[in-house]
Every structure is written in C-alpha cells, then in structure tokens.
Design a protein around this ligand. Structure first.
Ligand code: BES
Ligand code: MN
Ligand code: ZN
Length: 499
C-alpha cells in the first residue's frame, strides 16, 4: 500500500472513500465533517440526531455520496470521548476502518489528518499514527496459503492536508510511521513463520539480508566459538536438536568507537517443545513464536539504522531450538554458564533463561551503557498481566522509566514488576550455584531474578513478552497471530536515548 499526502478541498478528494472523524457527545459536526455534511445535504447531522451516529470509539458509518462529491463514500469514524483521545486511538480506528473498506473491495481510500489539535496531537504525530494503524491493521500472513484472497487490497491511502504548510509535517510523520510499522511487520512475519522454516540458520539468513539492506555489521558465532567462550547453558539447550545453534550479533554504528550505547538482546528459541520436560500438546504450535524477542530486536535495529539516531546500538540473538532428542539435556543436569556460574536444571522447559544468561554475559563483557532484553520467558507473566501489558523487570529505575515511556508512546503497554531480593532466594540450589526454576509462585519474577545474576551492575531492563507477542483475536491494529511487540518501543527508546 502506498501512503501519500495530498492537499485540497475534502469534497474533491479523488478516492473511492474518504474518512472523517467524529467525537462522542458532540451536538453538531465540525470541521471537515461539517463541510461534507453540507455537501451531503445534512445526512450526517440527521443520522446524529436520530442517534444512529454516536461517535463512540470504533463506530464506523458508511454514507454513499451518490454523485454529490467525487468520493463515492464517506466513512464516519467514531473517535470516542474527546478528553480520552490518544494517538493509539488513531492507530486503532484507522486500522478498523481500513479493514472494513478493504473487505468491501475498496482499493483507494483517503482520510483527513484525524485528531490534530486534540490533547497535543500534532499533524506529524497524527500522520505517523494513521500510517502505523493502516499498515499494521491491514497486515496479514499469507505466505503459506495458496488460495487467492477473497478480496483485493487497499492500494493507496491519501492523507489530506489541512493547509499547504502541513504537507511536509504530514509527510515526515508518514515516513517515520512507515519505518516503525514495516519493522513491526517484519517481526510479525518472523514470528508467524513456522519453525520448520524459521530455524536458527534461517534467522541468520534474515539477519544477513538486513545487514546488507541497511548497512549493519553482522557477526555470527557458530557452535565451536560458543564452546570456546564457555556458553554451556546455551549449548545445553541446543543439544537435543539437529538444528545448529547460532549466536547472531548485529551492530548499528553511528560513530567509529566500539562503545555500545544500547544493547538489545532477544530470546531466539525457534521452537520450544519444552525438551525432556515436554510441554502438553495443546497449543504447542504457538511455541513457534518463542523467538519473538529475537525477531523484535532484529527488526528494531533494522529500523534504527534507517532513522540514524546518534548512538551505537547492538542487537544480539541466541537462536536455538529446544527439542527432546537423544542428546538432549535433562532435569538434574548441571550446566556451566559463560560467567562460570553453574546451573542445576530443574526443568528443560525453563530454557529461555539459560540461553539468555549466556547472551547477557557475552554482552556484559562488551561493557554496554545499558541493556534491554526481550523474551517470551514465562507463562507466569501471561497469568499476571494477560495479553495487555508486557512485564518489565529492572535493576535501574531511571532506565525502567524510559522504557515504560517509550512503550506508552508506541501504544505498547508495559507494567513494571517488583524485584525485591527476597525473590532471589527462591532460585537457590543445593547442588549448583543456582537452579533454573524457582518456586511455583511468582514465576515471572524468579525468572527475571535468574537473569539478573548475569547482568551485574549494568543498567538493565528485562521485558517478558510471553503474553503480548501474540494475539488470539483481531483488535484495533493487531490481527490474529504475532503482534510485533515491542519493536516500536525499542525504536522509540533508541531515539529517546540519542536525544
Ligand atoms: N517459552 C515459554 C514461555 C511461554 C509460555 C511463552 C506461554 C509464551 C506463552 C518458556 O520457555 C517456558 O516454557 N517457561 C516455563 C517455565 C517453567 C518451566 C518454570 C513456563 O512458563 O511454564
Ligand atoms: Mn520453555
Ligand atoms: Zn521458551
């Protein structure tokens, strides 16, 4: 889909449908909606007084213009209460409207720059949100469906500028929105891809292509190198699979120093069967998405290299498959991590913290200024926060605040969880330095405390996206399947740190 910015009279927009917004509880249409109401002979105000159009958030009303204006249809988007309006509502309502129009076979739509002037929303931010909403809401994963889709695609979306002066602001917003949305879509593609395609080796191939396209530096460590470095925890997890583990490092360098301003680490379990501690069959297919953290950091650094913030960023993905093969690691085994710390294996299904431990240790030796790790780490986090919020765990409040703010800006909700040292006790082992499963309770926190052992004093935030990386329903700009969370948060964070 091409998104363009145009100027001119809203009644003369050359598109098959033009979208305008309406807030809840307003008596009369204003702005563009009023202009269109006039041309349509008062249809909109009539429907409002009859109560058919309420302006409730997400309400969509289609009115056929029957030759009264160039566009054959006007779509009134309910924006909800004005005082509750946000950029994320723009993303959501535009996504719903685009899907609605696409299902009607419309291939050419236009929208005014919704919400400008309300609650600090600028032309640039509105245009960015419209772009993100349209691109993310119309996303679908059809790579393995051979049947033709039932309806065509919206090929063009035009954002109508209020004035000539707004054009470049809207274009800037559109350009930024496109980079963020395409990155989130890339992460969605990687997560939706089944594990027989998205192997550790395939993740390397994708990283290679991105490195080439966006001028990133790529280093891939193979098994021998990991052995040499002493990544015993990662290699332990990899033992049960025929797929070779890969340790992917992508560098975005704004300057020639080797200093890393921001390190991003993503869990890259390309399939999590649970290993010898085999998972139950129900929904096991969803574990193809256990590399969502890895996909997110790869997609984020690709976008960061396009936005060029003035910091050096490194993205790291330990990519491993967790299967119960004949060589697989077992409960009771003791693995030695890269730091030298030994880990008693209680469950081979708590594999994420093992590969992340070695990755954290590796990155810590590079002395980055701050570390963010992203992982589909625990079912316990899903129990605690559902699919609404990502869980955040940190040793540094200032950095945690920055991450939460970057998330809010993206519409990706993040909730910080406690890290009191009392929780650390639960990971104590009788036979090794630490064990890989704590208590039955507080599972998301004990997992985070496990990771904290390998971070030292570097400012660090761990994001548990087990609940937020996939959606089981279509809602606003999310569709069923991978969400692309927290790609846009990570990009916003890099931009904020560079400022
Ligand atoms: N990949 C899972 C966590 C997960 C669960 C992600 C649901 C997405 C949706 C992780 O490797 C895992 O299996 N964790 C175990 C840990 C337990 C054995 C301590 C869990 O949460 O059950
Ligand atoms: Mn697991
Ligand atoms: Zn896992």
């Amino acid at each position: 889909m091409e998104i363009r910015v145009i100027s001119g009279d809203v009644t003369e927009v050359k598109a098959s449908a033009v979208m305008v917004g309406l807030f809840e509880k307003v008596k009369n249409p204003d702005d563009y909606t009023a202009t269109l109401d006039n041309v349509l002979g008062g249809t909109i105000s009539q429907l409002m007084s009859q109560g058919e159009i309420k302006g409730k958030f997400g309400e969509l009303t289609i009115i056929h213009s029957l030759g009264k204006l160039f566009a054959e249809r006007v779509v009134i988007l309910g924006l909800g209460k004005k005082q509750e309006f946000t950029l994320d509502k723009i993303r959501g309502v535009v996504a719903e409207a685009c899907r609605f129009l696409q299902k009607k076979g419309i291939d050419d739509a236009a929208t005014i720059a919704l919400g400008v002037g309300v609650g600090g929303i600028t032309p640039k931010s509105a245009s960015q949100a419209i772009t993100e909403g349209a691109l993310l809401g119309l996303y679908s994963f059809r790579r393995h469906i051979t049947k033709e889709p039932e309806y065509g695609e919206i090929k063009q979306l035009s954002i109508v500028a209020n004035s000539e002066a707004d054009i470049s602001l809207l274009e800037h917003g559109r350009d930024k929105g496109k980079i963020l949305a395409e990155a989130a879509k890339l992460a969605r593609d990687m997560v939706n891809e089944p594990a027989n395609y998205m192997t550790p080796g395939h993740m390397v191939k994708m990283a290679k292509q991105l490195a080439k396209d966006y001028d990133l530096e790529l280093v891939v460590l193979e098994r021998e190198k990991m052995l040499e470095l002493g990544m015993g925890a990662l290699l332990g997890v990899a033992q049960g699979s025929a797929q070779s583990p890969k340790f992917i490092i992508l560098n975005y360098k704004e300057n020639d120093s080797n200093e890393i301003d921001l390190a991003l680490i993503g869990k890259g379990i390309t399939f999590d069967s649970g290993g010898i501690s085999l998972k139950p069959g129900r929904k096991m297919e969803e574990m193809k998405g256990d590399m969502a953290g890895g996909a997110a950091v790869i997609a984020a650094i690709a976008a960061i290299s396009q936005l060029k913030p003035a910091i050096n960023v490194t993205a790291i993905v330990p990519a491993v498959e967790n299967l119960p093969g004949g060589r697989a690691f077992k409960p009771g085994d003791i693995l030695t991590t890269m730091t030298g710390k030994t880990v008693e294996i209680i469950s081979t299904d708590a594999e994420g913290r093992l590969v992340m431990a070695d990755a954290l240790c590796f990155v810590n030796k590079l002395k980055p200024k701050q570390i963010i790790d992203v992982a589909t780490l625990t079912g316990a986090c899903v129990v605690a926060l559902g699919d609404v919020c990502t869980g955040a765990f940190s040793n540094n409040q200032e950095l945690a605040n920055k991450v939460v703010i970057a998330g809010a800006k993206a519409g990706e909700l993040i909730w910080q969880m406690p890290m009191y040292t009392e929780y650390k006790e639960l990971n104590k082992s009788d036979v090794a330095d630490i064990k890989n499963v704590g208590d039955n309770n507080a599972g998301a926190i004990t997992a985070a405390q496990f990771l904290a052992e390998f971070v030292g004093s570097t400012p660090w935030v761990h994001l548990d996206i087990a609940g937020t990386s996939m959606s089981n329903k279509e809602r606003n700009y999310l569709v069923k399947g991978a969400t692309g969370v927290p790609v846009r948060t990570l990009i916003n964070l890099a931009l904020a740190i560079a400022k």
